[in-house]
Unconditional design. Structure first.
Length: 447
């Protein structure tokens, strides 16, 4: 990757990289279907790629001294989610916890953090022709302005953190966040979801954590920001590295969060075999969860014909499209489908038997929840992205551009791969070559 560093301009503790010189022109080309070729099909109308931005200079421009060695890693991972700014071609995105991988040592996988000082950031991007430009970045900080970091929180609950070569252990950090979904509130603040606790995080317009809402009974101590136990205790059974991932804001201001994968109830094997995950509705005004919904994945070989492992099913994005209607992205790492669902009062299971971890069988163990009396959300397929040429793998963010178009962003994992070959003998990244892209897809039948 290039060592070129774009110029920087500090604005309220943020950094602007590669600001374009002209106003973005319209670029989404909408073709006319040929009457002889049959019905119009979903198609990619535009793709833009993020250029190389060294991670160390990027991070240190936001919070000086946070990264002493980026090991040759460029900025990536901003594909955790994408949310429109309201200006054509501009989006808010958010990084995840930073570069990380897995290396097996003595038969056991260890989670590695090659740049442990990395601080998750909210990143505003602009699509300019075939290039994605970073136009603003906001570091996520604690109440006292310190970096939250992306390191795990609790020993025995989260994966233990190790150095880039898995030889040295790293400290846990109660402030650490594995940020995923993002939306912006009307007052300019941001809401994020996190995979560790899992949690819902309210962040000021300048990046300070206002509050972190976690499951009841988590007992997270030592954080340098308010921690509020407001989510159902059953979420304590989230699968490791599969907490809250998708986030949407409804027209009334309520938030909808999606668990990436089924809970490990009563154990990991049950969670891995399950096709039932959960959505939760949260009222910022009440600071409480007001509804919970059962969401049923399609069979894994329907979502991804090349996959037979049910545990590979994930929800990575949810998008509000009016009223109580959502687009839900079901995916594996190679394929994705967008489903339309409507949140109804009759489907609310909050406070019922399946919020107890003593219920047997659990919601996750039911082969057919609907036949067992569980009001599973009805859904309608909007588009099978796996059949659309030009859509990259590992789509984690979806945004509605207009009635006919969605913008997709992929998670390139900072160019990281798993295993001992991720870094060379000098400890420098052997880049995967996967780039961060924003891809526009036109849907002839609309959203």
């Amino acid at each position: 990757m290039s060592a070129h560093v774009a110029g920087k301009q500090h604005i309220h503790r943020s950094v602007a990289l590669g600001v374009p010189l002209a106003v973005l022109a319209a670029f989404v080309s909408v073709g006319t279907a040929d009457a002889t070729s049959g019905p119009a099909q979903p198609r990619v109308t535009h793709t833009a790629t993020l250029g190389d931005i060294p991670l160390g200079p990027f991070s240190n421009a936001l919070l000086p001294g946070t990264v002493d060695d980026d090991r040759g890693v460029d900025l990536g991972g901003i594909g955790s989610d994408i949310y429109p700014t309201g200006r054509k071609g501009e989006f808010w995105t958010v990084t995840d916890r930073g570069p990380n991988g897995q290396i097996k040592v003595d038969g056991t996988k260890r989670r590695t953090f090659p740049v442990p000082g990395f601080d998750p950031a909210i990143v505003k991007i602009r699509v300019c022709g075939d290039t994605v430009k970073v136009v603003d970045s906001i570091p996520i900080t604690t109440s006292s302005g310190k970096p939250v970091t992306g390191l795990p929180n609790q020993a025995g609950r989260d994966e233990a953190p190790y150095s880039y070569n898995a030889k040295s252990s790293l400290p846990y950090d109660a402030n650490g966040l594995d940020t995923e979904g993002i939306v912006r509130a009307k007052d300019g603040s941001f809401w994020l979801v996190d995979e560790y606790s899992p949690s819902l995080v309210h962040v000021s317009a300048r990046g300070k954590v206002i509050a972190r809402y976690v499951p009841k009974g988590l007992k997270l101590t030592g954080a340098d920001y308010p921690v509020v136990e407001a989510l159902p205790a059953v979420l304590l059974h989230r699968k490791t590295n599969r907490g809250l991932e998708g986030l949407a804001v409804l027209p009334d201001g309520d938030l909808v969060m999606a668990l990436q994968s089924p809970l490990s109830l009563p154990d990991a094997d049950a969670g891995d075999a399950s096709r039932t995950t959960r959505l939760l509705r949260f009222s910022p005004r009440k600071q409480a969860v007001t509804a919970e919904y059962a969401y049923r994945f399609d069979p894994v070989d329907v979502v991804d014909p090349g996959e037979d492992d049910t545990s590979e099913l994930k929800i990575s994005s949810v998008v509000a499209v009016g009223g109580d209607r959502l687009l839900v992205e079901e995916r594996t790492d190679k394929a994705a489908r967008l489903q339309s669902v409507r949140l109804t009062r009759s489907a609310n299971i909050l406070g019922g038997p399946y919020d107890s971890d003593t219920t047997s069988p659990s919601l996750e163990q039911l082969d057919d929840p609907a036949s067992a009396g569980v009001p599973v959300l009805a859904k309608r397929l909007v588009v099978d992205l796996g059949t659309v040429a030009g859509v990259p793998g590992k789509i984690e963010g979806v945004a509605r551009v207009d009635h006919d178009t969605v913008a997709l962003i992929n998670d390139n994992d900072f160019g990281m791969t798993d295993g001992t070959g991720a870094f060379d003998a000098e400890g420098r990244l052997v880049d995967s070559g996967v780039e961060t892209t924003v891809t526009y897809v036109r849907l002839p039948r609309g959203i």
